[in-house]
Design a protein around this ligand. Structure first.
Ligand code: AHR
Length: 494
């Protein structure tokens, strides 16, 4: 591997380390909010969960959905809690109590030092509800909706900057599913009035729900044809699973993510060329993760419960390895991927789990996400990599070494993120760090485990946890290390 200060991909937008809280399962209720819990604060938010989210240093949290948002009346979630309606929640077939809504979530986001990435409902609602919500949240005062917010005890506007124009509108499962042209029109008209209310906001148009959608590519082209002048980003969503129990193939799936990003970038630039535009549309990968462990259990659940356990994937070591590869992939495209949201944050396909009335604990995927968020700030470098490769069921030429590096000029630090995909053998890494004169290894963190299916649980929270006994060192201008088999590595130099 060769690293050079001058081989720059881009300054990394910190929002690439965003996450997601949806009104779904136990994400909100029993997740971030549990008034009866011994560690609940005066608003009912769990302080142990706040502590773990802060450890992850999450700059942006998408809210309130997800599929949920396409049936959500935001007005249900503001004002006196005792007067809020209980509703049938059709996306996840539960009962929504509306105890937590926009203002409470804004308070929680402040407590965890995050910005809110707010989504509007373009399923059952439309232009009017969207512009009213922007006015309620962001307008200082002196109008109907802003004064209503003030009357609810929130004098200062929330100033939410990043907004999603609906969610997965290409999916037949979505409440208010639309064709690309239908969505392109409503997204454009909603975007116009939302920006007329607050011209400082940035907007994300819905891309495809995943790259396998039959409408993929045509959807993006049509939506952007309509919305190009009115939005800043187009979204990508992708989840991977390992139902076939083929680990080598599973951890190669970040190559699919790479191809997805390249395709959407190409579509954005095609529309740019077609419109003779100077504006560049960037990517918001606002749902990404591993998701499959809980699907069978969820298909058997009785409907109309309040905050039942849903999408509670318990993650393995191999899941953490793929999450590491996905983080590296997005960093390598950080010139175009400006926002990304690990879906989700608490209890629902999440790095953080909670027990009702009990402990909050870290899943395996907590670690690569935390390391990238902590040490992946600055400029993403473009490493030249030569790695041995393998073929798997769905992929050819999968490099055993997946790696990238981030240079934090302010802190005078260089961090190499590296995955060894090899299930059998360690991999010798030799990295030329040419113009990083005098840099030494500060720490070499390793996440490894003899059992690819090892997982953490409430009772055994440290089954998969990183150590900092990696053997990287700098010799004659080269970082040298044996990367243990099937491991995630963070080599910090200064
Ligand atoms: O994150 C879980 C769900 O996955 C979201 O609600 C939806 O947008 C996607 O299909």
């Amino acid at each position: 591997m060769i690293l050079d200060k001058d081989f720059k991909v881009s300054e990394i937008d910190n929002r690439i380390y965003g996450s997601f809280i949806e009104h779904l399962g136990r994400a909100v209720y029993e997740g971030i909010y549990e008034p009866g819990h011994p560690l609940a604060d005066e608003q009912g938010f769990r302080k142990d969960v706040i502590g773990l989210v802060k450890e992850l240093n999450v700059p942006l949290v998408r809210y309130p959905g997800g599929n949920f948002v396409s049936g959500y009346n935001w007005e249900d979630g503001v004002g006196p809690v005792g007067e809020r309606p209980r509703r049938l929640e059709l996306a996840w077939r539960t009962i929504e109590t509306n105890e937590v809504g926009t203002n409470e979530f804004a308070d929680w986001a402040k407590k965890v030092n995050s910005e809110v990435n707010m989504a509007v409902n373009l399923g059952t609602r439309g232009i009017d509800a969207a512009r009213n919500l922007v006015e309620y949240c962001n307008h200082p005062a002196g109008t109907y909706w802003s004064d209503l917010r003030v009357s609810h005890g929130y004098k200062a506007p929330h100033k939410f900057k990043t907004w999603c124009l609906g969610n997965e509108m290409d999916g037949p499962w979505q409440i208010g599913h639309k064709t690309a042209a239908e969505y392109g029109r409503i997204a454009t008209e909603a975007a116009k009035v939302m920006k007329w209310v607050d011209p400082t906001i940035e907007l994300v148009a819905c891309g495809s729900s995943n790259s396998a959608m039959p409408t993929f590519a045509d959807w993006e082209a049509t939506v952007l044809d309509h919305t190009y002048d009115h939005v800043e980003y187009i979204s990508l969503h992708q989840y991977y699973g390992n139902k076939e129990d083929d680990t080598a193939n599973f951890v190669a799936r970040s190559l699919d993510m790479d191809a997805f990003i390249r395709s959407v970038t190409a579509i954005c630039d095609y529309i740019k060329a077609k419109k003779h535009s100077k504006k560049t549309i960037n990517l918001s990968f606002d749902e990404w993760n591993v998701w499959y462990h809980s699907r069978d259990a969820d298909s058997k659940r009785d409907p109309w419960q309040i905050a039942p356990p849903q999408l509670e994937d318990i993650y393995t070591h191999e899941d953490a390895i793929l999450v590491g590869c996905m983080l590296i992939t997005m960093l390598r495209h950080s010139d175009r991927v400006k926002i990304a949201c690990l879906a989700q944050l608490v209890n629902v396909i999440a790095p953080i789990m909670t027990e009702k009335g009990g402990a909050a604990w870290k899943q395996t995927i907590f670690y690569p996400y935390m390391h990238a968020s902590a040490y992946g700030r600055g400029v993403a470098l473009n490493p030249i990599i030569s790695s041995p490769k393998y073929d798997s069921k769905d992929f050819t030429d999968v490099p055993y070494l997946e790696s990238t590096a981030v240079y934090n000029e302010a802190a005078d630090e260089l961090t190499i993120f590296a995955v060894n995909r090899d299930l059998e053998d360690s991999l010798y890494l030799e990295c030329d760090i040419r113009n990083f004169d005098g840099y030494r290894v500060v720490e070499h963190i390793v996440l490894e485990n003899g059992d690819v299916k090892a997982r953490n649980t409430a009772g055994n929270q440290a089954s998969v946890a990183p150590h900092n006994n990696g053997n990287a060192e700098v010799k004659d201008g080269f970082v040298q290390s044996m990367l243990p088999k099937f491991s995630w590595n963070v080599i910090r130099l200064a």
